[in-house]
Design a protein around this ligand. Structure first.
Ligand SMILES: NC(=O)c1ccc[n+]([C@@H]2O[C@H](COP(=O)([O-])OP(=O)(O)OC[C@H]3O[C@@H](n4cnc5c(N)ncnc54)[C@H](OP(=O)(O)O)[C@@H]3O)[C@@H](O)[C@H]2O)c1
Length: 427
């Protein structure tokens, strides 16, 4: 059978990992593919850049559109990144030219995934993006294929290794966010635009992709509630620890009869829970199906080799003629998701810095009471000058009630800081 000719656009972390994997594991890959997989052309921005791989024997193309338009190429691997052009037009052009596409680009899929899926299915070609979420972990395949007989109600994940590394190191090294963030940047762990990582946007891209595959709904990145980790202080990490919790940047996609919720936010999670124990850059995803119950997927969520591993699996599927709908069901049938108006109830960790005067606590608790928020635990910590730090753990309530209550409390003259609100996920 004719070989599957692939064109690789982007030779950075993932692109070099891909070339290395195809070369190092050639025999294994050949034994699993019905067709030989051959790298017909490669492309990156700068031909003269020093790379960690040998590209001497590969055909270099300077213009990526020479790959998308090459009649001999069957599959284009897009590894440039970015939600707009050139990545978007490269994928679009490839699909229009009836070429399969494999990409690791979560930003692109989160923003234009539905349009590109319609295009791929119309052209009868594949658009595979296993590497876009959680690196080496085969989570897209698990949701789309292995759990396809389930009504999925929940997907929970810690899916940004950089944020988990920063939160872990803050606790281990007893250091504030800014210091650990700087170190992570020096080590090259943070994206060029740090907001993508620490601002929670990368996590939101990924959870919106998982939600679409899990719930059979159109990708809806715009409606993900996003809070990053920039405002997490060491004191909250320590308080959480003393109460039996860790702080993790959780991605949550939940479905009920009246709609879906997609959230990315730092949460307190029990430290003896599998999410609480997760350290460093490792990713973890939990999927809850009505028949499967909870299944867990853990592994390296980024990096040259782990991400390349997922890209190669997508390529082998295409070599073997394996075709599935881009998001698990035909793109025409993906419903527009309804955003659930009301929150699922949860407990919250609250930290206030109150002026140290009689009656302040009474004012605070009366406002909480007015919004039917009851206090489960309360603790007054050692005074800081003229102020008293107060920790409160609420009984389950909703953000719809909690946020207006905190707004009202903030408007009183008793608060010396912006109150800290962190959701508690008990699982
Ligand atoms: N890194 C990870 O761990 C990881 C994990 C999961 C998913 N991803 C995703 O994988 C994709 C690639 O990430 P990466 O980390 O490999 O990025 P990267 O290291 O920044 O590499 C980007 C590559 O794209 C090339 N490029 C940029 N603009 C180009 C253009 N106009 N034409 C042709 N080539 C161009 C660059 O060329 P030069 O080399 O000549 O500059 C470089 O080789 C992104 O979508 C990212 O989100 C990455």
């Amino acid at each position: 059978m004719k070989s599957l000719n692939i064109g690789i656009i982007g030779l950075g972390n993932v692109g070099t990992g891909l070339i290395r994997c195809l070369a190092n594991n050639r025999k294994i890959i050949m034994s699993k593919s019905d067709r030989e997989i051959s790298v017909a052309a490669i492309c990156a921005k700068n031909k003269n850049k020093k790379r960690e791989i040998d590209i001497e024997n590969l055909k270099w193309v300077q213009d990526p559109y020479d790959i998308t338009d090459d009649k001999e190429i069957d599959l284009v691997v897009e590894l440039i990144g970015g939600e707009e052009n050139p990545a978007k037009s490269i994928v679009e052009k490839s699909l229009l030219n009836k070429k399969h596409v494999v990409t690791a680009n979560k930003a692109l899929i989160a923003k234009h995934g539905h349009y590109l899926a319609l295009l791929a299915e119309e052209q009868n070609v594949c658009l595979n993006f296993e590497a876009a979420v959680a690196g080496a972990i085969p989570i897209i395949k698990a949701i789309k294929e292995s759990l396809s007989g389930n009504a999925i109600s929940k997907v929970y994940g810690v899916i940004n290794g950089t944020c988990n590394y920063i939160l872990t190191q803050m606790e281990k090294e007893n250091k504030e966010y800014t210091e650990v963030f700087k170190k992570a940047q020096q080590l090259g762990f943070v994206e060029k635009d740090p907001e993508l990582d620490v601002g929670g946007i990368d996590t939101a891209h990924k959870i919106s992709i998982l939600a679409s595959c899990a719930f059979g709904t159109r990708i809806n990145f715009e409606n993900v509630l996003i809070n990053g980790i920039q405002n997490i202080s060491l004191v909250d990490i320590k308080n959480a620890d003393s109460m039996g919790y860790k702080i993790k940047l959780m991605a949550l996609a939940l479905r009920s009869d009246d709609g879906i919720i997609q959230e990315v936010e730092p949460c307190l999670v029990p430290k003896d829970n599998i999410f609480g124990k997760l350290e460093g850059g490792t990713n973890l995803v939990m999927v809850e199906g009505d028949f499967s119950d909870r299944t867990y997927y853990m592994g390296p969520g980024a990096g040259s080799c782990p991400t390349a591993s997922a890209v190669v699996a997508d390529i082998i599927d295409i070599a073997n003629g394996k075709k599935s709908s881009v998001f698990g069901i035909n793109a025409n049938l993906l419903k527009l998701p309804i955003n659930k108006k009301k929150d699922f109830p949860a407990s919250f960790y609250l930290r206030f810095l109150l002026i140290d005067e009689p009656g302040t606590l009474a004012q605070l608790s009366s406002i909480l009471g007015k919004y039917k928020i009851s206090i489960n635990r309360m603790n007054q910590l050692e005074h800081i000058g003229e102020t008293a730090p107060i920790l409160i753990v609420t009984h389950p309530t909703t953000k719809n009630l909690l946020y207006p209550a905190i707004d009202e409390i903030s408007q009183l003259n008793i608060c010396k800081n912006e109150p800290v609100i962190i959701k508690i996920e008990e699982f």
